[in-house]
Design a protein around this ligand. Structure first.
Ligand code: FE2
Length: 433
């Protein structure tokens, strides 16, 4: 444990921080909670007052979402790709995107392209006899989805890499990155116009599938969100009595600090998580849901500091487990859980990296449920560091280091090759500047 220099916060108690997982977790949780409570109190406000500010903001959005649903309106923002490409997205659409923190991009790719990619993936795994070699789920988290591989641990198909390095993907990622504040205090926290091509997996869920889905959770981190110096600075307004200034779209201090390792971690900073649909999917067929309120992160960060939570409990958040959003602690937020509207192959779906999300269960699914996970992960120190390991995995056809080392594709001759990279792909992998 090291201490911040008192210069960074003259009047308030400085926060202890742990740049790696503490040896004694309960003791560290007690220490950080106690210090955060003292720090907020020293600002002249109680923890309850600060929490009430966030709670009121969030409750107003929960009510607005409920009212929109009652009127039969689509809660998720929907924007046409052609408007993004033409720069003609209206101010109203942008304001609504900020308010809801999630988006469906209609016609991001045309349906024929998406359908061809879907077939390409089938050919790729069949030609390499993937199903005969499949050894079962390589991690605990997606392993709970079912015993058949719905999540393919496949990273280097032509389809995935063509999508990742396409101009149309770069256009949407740039649009999304620009929704964040990426410069402050003379620091450019990330480059909104260069993506780091974060390689992730594929989901292909067949017609007739039964799936239990995935419970409500968050992906940006676990206890590190309260315990590392960088995150303490990123969430500074929640912890120093200036909660009104908390801005979920401010990337300050989020793009260089360490993260605690975990079985489901994402090493990179993502402005938005996302996937591209490779099949049509109706809204009631086991699709993605979010709590479409970016400010809810403030609620999640402050809730453990209230007096009804045990001293060594962060509302269930701990290392090596996904960050849970639970009925016990977050029932108000979960009232706003909202699924995507119907999507077509070639549409893409995006949600702010701090937002609660889940996948609904489905019985006897109608049609396929196929997606490529492709986020917006702009170039920044953290993503540049991860890109070095991505390059190695790409060259050898290995699983990227954020994922179990299943390495199915190393001997597959028809995987995407170095020579297939275009200028976007070369910059994204850090081969060219
Ligand atoms: Fe997730």
């Amino acid at each position: 444990m090291t201490r911040t220099s008192p210069a960074s916060s003259t009047a308030l108690p400085s926060l202890p921080h742990w740049e790696a997982i503490p040896d004694d977790l309960p003791a560290a949780i007690r220490t950080i909670k106690h210090t955060l409570q003292r720090r907020i109190a020293a600002s002249g406000r109680t923890v309850e007052e600060v929490f009430a500010v966030i709670e009121a903001r969030v409750r107003a959005e929960v009510a607005d979402i409920a009212a929109a649903k009652a009127r039969g309106e689509t809660v998720w923002p929907v924007i046409e790709y052609t408007d993004i490409a033409a720069g003609s997205v209206s101010a109203e659409q942008l304001a609504y995107l900020h308010r809801r923190g999630c988006l469906v991009v209609r016609g991001h790719f045309d349906r024929d392209t998406a359908a061809a990619w879907d077939r390409d993936i089938v050919d790729y795994v069949d030609s390499n006899r993937f199903f005969e070699k499949y050894r079962g789920p390589g991690d605990d988290f997606f392993g709970s989805v079912g015993s058949k591989p719905e999540i393919y641990p496949i990273y280097w198909s032509q389809a995935q890499m063509q999508a990742r390095q396409s101009d149309r993907m770069a256009t949407v990622q740039g649009f999304l990155n620009h929704q964040w504040r990426h410069e402050s205090d003379g620091v450019q926290w990330f480059d909104p116009d260069r993506d780091s091509l974060y390689p992730d997996r594929i989901r292909r869920r067949p017609e007739g599938a039964n799936s239990n889905g995935l419970g409500t959770h968050l992906d940006p981190g676990t206890l590190d969100l309260w315990m590392t110096q960088a995150y303490q600075q990123a969430f500074r307004h929640l912890f120093d009595g200036t909660v009104e200034h908390y801005d979920p779209w401010d990337a300050s201090h989020r793009t260089a600090g360490p993260q605690y390792p975990g079985s489901t971690m994402c090493s990179t900073f993502r402005t938005f998580q996302g996937w591209t649909a490779l099949s049509d999917m109706d809204h009631d067929q086991g699709v993605l849901h979010t709590v479409p309120i970016p400010e809810a992160m403030g609620y999640l960060m402050l809730r453990p500091l209230l007096s009804d939570v045990a001293d060594d409990d962060m509302c269930g958040v701990t290392v090596n487990r996904v960050f849970p959003a639970s009925q016990q602690w977050h029932s108000v937020l979960l009232e706003a859980l909202t699924g995507i509207p119907d999507v077509k192959a070639g549409d893409s779906v995006w949600w702010h990296c701090d937002m609660i999300h889940s996948v609904a269960p489905v019985r006897d699914q109608k049609g396929w449920g196929n997606v490529m996970y492709i986020p917006a992960a702009p170039w920044c120190p953290r993503n540049e560091a991860y890109a070095a390991s991505v390059r190695k995995a790409f060259i050898t056809g290995s699983s990227p280091s954020d994922f179990p080392d299943e390495d199915y594709e190393r001997s597959w001759p028809n995987r995407f090759q170095l020579d297939d990279l275009n200028a976007v792909g070369r910059r994204g992998l850090g081969i060219d500047d």
